[in-house]
Design a protein around this ligand. Structure first.
Ligand code: PHE
Ligand code: ZN
Length: 896
């Protein structure tokens, strides 16, 4: 049959997935590697001398040695024990190099390659950014430098020699300790670096450039003096202090909380402008996207400062969770990422406000991870297969992975968790291990049976948790019936129940926490939050000695990453909003309340019915805003509690989603709240406006609250408010306030100050690429009618650069993620724009293109017309010749 032949042909061409179940240990160990880089403007030559040791018993047939490679790498020589190999002794393909019959005893393999970093637009392997050389090797970039067993379970000691022009590249860095350096003929110089810790190739790094540096030091608790250096372009030297402060705090925190010390005498951070991701934990030479290093109050927002603090910590923490103990294979990525995200979340919670940090993290999980878990790209935190590993650096592996780690802590307690961590390092330091090893360490250190916990690693999809409650006044018991189920996801229909901790409190009518006794358990005196171990499809928990009918606070601190539904009434929720001692659940009660209102209004708007605001919610919100008047008010929390569920979050809950209707309903609620609370908002805004910029926690919280008020007020479309925002824009002495005011002005076409402010901002900051990202992102995400035309114009603006990932994420990502009404414009113009630009980006950088094409993955959520238009774009993309594997994987899975 012709059609099946055509299909067969397509399948034969399609990139093949790699499966976890196919894992086998490597046949050869790489004990030592000596790299020799001759950096050049035209060609860079890389020598790679490996001490190879077979891992199998001598005798029997020789086993081939496969080295991963890439078509961009030119093979210039292969030698075994000093003798050039005859071309018949190896096979070279697009995917790599196979030495067909290597010696049976340990031998030295020397590979010479030629590469062109200046032409590398994928930004993986060795490339150039702002004229400097730098590397990015995770996950599989090392194979774009030389031929190698590029897999994390091959760990070796690296020595790296770098030779380059001294005037152009005065700074030459690699991992470990500097052991030699000097000048050479022809204006060149060299350095030699030795890293004593065996590591996989993905942790290799090299930097060569003309960079300035700030320096500090840290003395570890056992007395090691560590030199800390941050390298940035000379003109940015005044912007690196906060990153240094964050680094020092991280080093101290990891000693205090986990007993983990730094293990070398030098720790370097380098900031580069062109970087696919946030940052990279290369051993002792972390490379960062400059947006996560550079900050002054005038150029960076409070949010930027927090992001820098969190990511500097994250990369530093990887030194133990990732580098000293690494992953056996890439399916285990969450072993290092989930754990390290959990660690950086805890660090930030300790440095700032714990409750507000938790709220932010959960909001992000819901906004980004829940949709992924409900769509065609749904995968377990330990995926079972991939085509391109780059596509699995996801919110699921990272953020859901962190939630899974957090559940160990909730189940085992802080001390139990620490015991598990200690045992994990005791067992696995220097090894490449699996998620099962981590679970085993946690279980063994605590004598706990965690078998029922395992499905968190293998099952995709967000579990649904239903809780119904009953109070028996005569028996004084309070009964909670819990039911769980995990929805079907692609390729997984049969889901098991999973062990989840449900943290519960019971509130008395005066709002206080009751002391809790669980039936069948001795009540610990004074305990007011109980962690229920819920592991069956359905289970009942009975609290005894409950003196009056309580209002339950369920899933405190979001103790499990699930979708919770309960039988709490609106009255209960308002009560919790006012009284819950658990800050997360106080916020959550408000979210549940407003979510229900919004969903109801979305339904009404869809039917063309009149929208009526619920006065009880206006009052509850008024109470929240008024909290700001109280002494010692937690203003960061108040600002959080004032924010309504986003249009994106709502569209996940409506089938089919109509972005226009959702926008109309939400807009109605925000406008009504702004109108009803105008006086309170104006008062709070003014009361929290300070004379002068400060960066302490209280000042930051007041700033957030003030700007949240301004954002709400801007919905009034009131010329006086606009004028006030414009005044604030012009007089701001810091970026947080300036961009907040600009954002208040830039969302509406009818705002007279809009264009003037946008132009003024551009003139003021056009020399600073990081601030230009903000300028692009703000315009891309505005809910102006027909904003797609604006965005298209911005693609041709000098502030945009399609080769720079940050610019693409701001403009294209900002458009797709920021404005459902524009991206989903009924005429399909938003879809067409994304389709066009994805194909352009894909020619330069498949990883970045794949992240952008993700905007289409949830196409089945929408009405038929939109579905058809999105699907048409996906089909057009998948048929494009020369498509990257990255985009192919996302698009083909979306169409399945
Ligand atoms: N491992 C990096 C981190 O999480 C992320 C990263 C992955 C960076 C792949 C670059 C490439 O810290
Ligand atoms: Zn990480």
């Amino acid at each position: 049959m012709a059609s099946s032949a055509a299909t067969a042909e397509k399948v034969a061409e399609a990139p093949k997935p790699i499966y976890l179940k196919d894992y086998t240990a490597p046949d050869y160990r790489f004990a030592k590697v000596v790299l020799d880089f001759e950096l050049g403007e035209e060609v860079t030559v890389v020598g790679n001398t490996i001490s190879v040791e077979p891992t199998f018993a001598a005798g029997g047939d020789p086993r081939p040695l496969f080295l991963n490679g890439d078509p961009t790498v030119e093979l210039a020589g292969v030698e075994v024990n000093g003798t050039a190999l005859d071309a018949s002794a190896y096979v070279l393909t697009k995917k790599g190099l196979t030495i067909t019959a290597p010696p049976a005893a340990p031998f030295e393999l020397k590979i010479t390659t030629k590469i062109k970093p200046q032409e590398n637009t994928e930004l993986e392997g060795l490339y150039k950014s702002s004229g400097n050389f730098c590397t990015q090797c995770e996950a599989e970039g090392f194979r774009r430098i030389t031929f190698y067993q590029d897999r994390p379970d091959v760990m070796s000691e690296f020595t790296t020699r770098i030779t380059a022009d001294k005037a152009k590249y005065p700074v030459l860095l690699s991992n470990g300790n500097l052991v030699d350096s000097g000048d050479l003929d022809g204006g060149k110089h060299f350095t030699v670096w030795e890293d004593p810790f065996p590591k996989p190739a993905y942790l290799f790094a090299l930097v060569a450039g003309d960079l300035g540096m700030i320096e500090d030091k840290f003395t570890t608790k056992s007395g090691r003096e560590v030199a800390l250096r941050i390298y940035v372009e000379e003109h940015n030297l005044d912007k690196a202090d906060w990153a240094m402060v964050s680094l020092i705090k991280s080093m101290k925190w990891d000693e205090d909380v986990f007993g983990l010390e730094y293990d070398l005498d030098l720790f370097n951070i380098v900031a580069v402008d062109d970087f696919n991701m946030g940052a990279m934990e290369n051993k002792s030479l972390n490379i960062f996207n400059s947006r996560l290093v550079l900050a002054t109050p005038q150029t960076a927002t409070d949010m930027d400062y927090s992001a820098i603090e969190g990511v500097v910590a994250h990369e530093y923490f990887h030194n133990w969770t990732g580098n000293r103990v690494t992953c056996r294979d890439w399916f285990q990525l969450s072993l290092k990422e989930g754990l390290t995200v959990y660690r950086d979340q805890e660090f930030s919670a300790d440095m700032n406000s714990r409750g507000v940090k938790r709220i932010g993290d959960v909001a992000r999980l819901r906004m980004a991870q829940f949709p992924q878990d409900a769509g065609p790209m749904a995968h377990p935190i330990r995926p079972e297969s991939y085509i391109k590993m780059d596509n699995f650096y996801t919110v699921t592996v990272y953020e859901k992975g962190a939630e899974v780690v957090r559940m160990y802590e909730t189940l085992l307690g802080k001390d139990g968790f620490r015991k598990g961590m200690d045992l994990y390092f005791e067992r696995h330091d220097g090894q490449a291990v699996t998620c099962d090893d981590f679970l085993a360490a946690m279980a063994d250190a605590n004598g706990a049976d965690l078998t029922a916990f395992k499905p968190w690693y293998s099952q995709a999809g967000t579990p649904k948790l239903d809780v119904t409650t009953e109070y028996d006044a005569a028996a004084k018991t309070f009964t909670m019936t819990c039911t769980q189920s995990t929805p079907t996801t692609p390729g997984q229909s049969d889901k098991k129940p999973v062990l989840m901790p449900i943290a519960v409190g019971l509130l008395a009518s005066d709002g206080s926490d009751m002391e809790l006794t669980l039936e069948g358990e001795a009540g610990a005196a004074g305990e007011t939050t109980k962690v229920l171990r819920f592991s069956e499809a359905s289970q009942t928990f009975v609290f005894t000695d409950v003196a009056e009918k309580p209002v339950p606070s369920i899933l405190r601190n979001f103790s499990a990453p699930v979708r919770l539904s309960t039988d709490l009434t609106q009255e209960d929720l308002i009560f919790l909003m006012a009284n819950d001692s658990d800050q997360f659940n106080r916020w959550e009660a408000g979210q549940t309340l407003t979510r229900a209102l919004l969903l109801d209004l979305v339904e009404k708007a869809g039917k063309g019915e009149e929208l009526v605001m619920d006065q009880a919610i206006v009052d509850a919100m008024r109470n929240i805003v008024n909290l700001a008047k109280e002494k010692g008010a937690d203003k960061a929390f108040i600002a959080r509690a004032m924010a309504l569920p986003s249009e994106g979050e709502l569209s996940e809950m409506v089938v089919p989603a109509d972005p226009d209707v959702i926008h109309a309903a939400r807009d109605f609620v925000v406008k009504t709240l702004a109108k009803e609370l105008k006086e309170e908002l104006l008062w709070t805004m003014r009361d929290n406006t300070s004379e002068k910029y400060e960066r302490d926690g209280e000042s930051r919280a007041a700033r957030t609250l003030k700007n949240t008020c301004l954002a709400l007020l801007s919905y009034l479309e009131d010329p006086e408010i606009d004028a006030e925002a414009f005044r604030r824009f012009k007089t701001a002495d810091n970026m947080t306030d300036q961009i907040s005011a600009l954002s208040a002005l830039s969302g509406r076409a009818d705002c007279v100050e809009r264009e003037e402010a946008i132009d003024a901002f551009y003139e003021q900051w056009k020399h600073d690429p990081l601030i230009m990202n903000k300028w692009l992102g703000l315009q891309a995400g505005a809910s102006l009618p027909n904003n797609v035309e604006n965005v298209k114009r911005l693609v041709d603006h000098p502030a945009f650069d399609i080769k720079n990932p940050n610019k693409v994420y701001s403009l294209v990502g900002g458009f797709v993620g920021g404005t459902p009404i524009n991206f989903h414009a009924a005429d399909g113009s938003g879809y067409e724009f994304l389709g066009d630009i994805v194909l352009k980006i894909d020619k330069l950088n498949g990883g970045v293109a794949a992240r952008m094409v993700g905007g289409f993955t949830r196409w089945r959520k929408y009405d038929e017309k939109r579905q058809e238009m999105m699907k048409a774009q996906l089909e057009r993309i998948v048929k494009t010749e020369g498509l990257s594997e990255n985009v192919f994987e996302i698009v083909s899975k979306s169409l399945e």
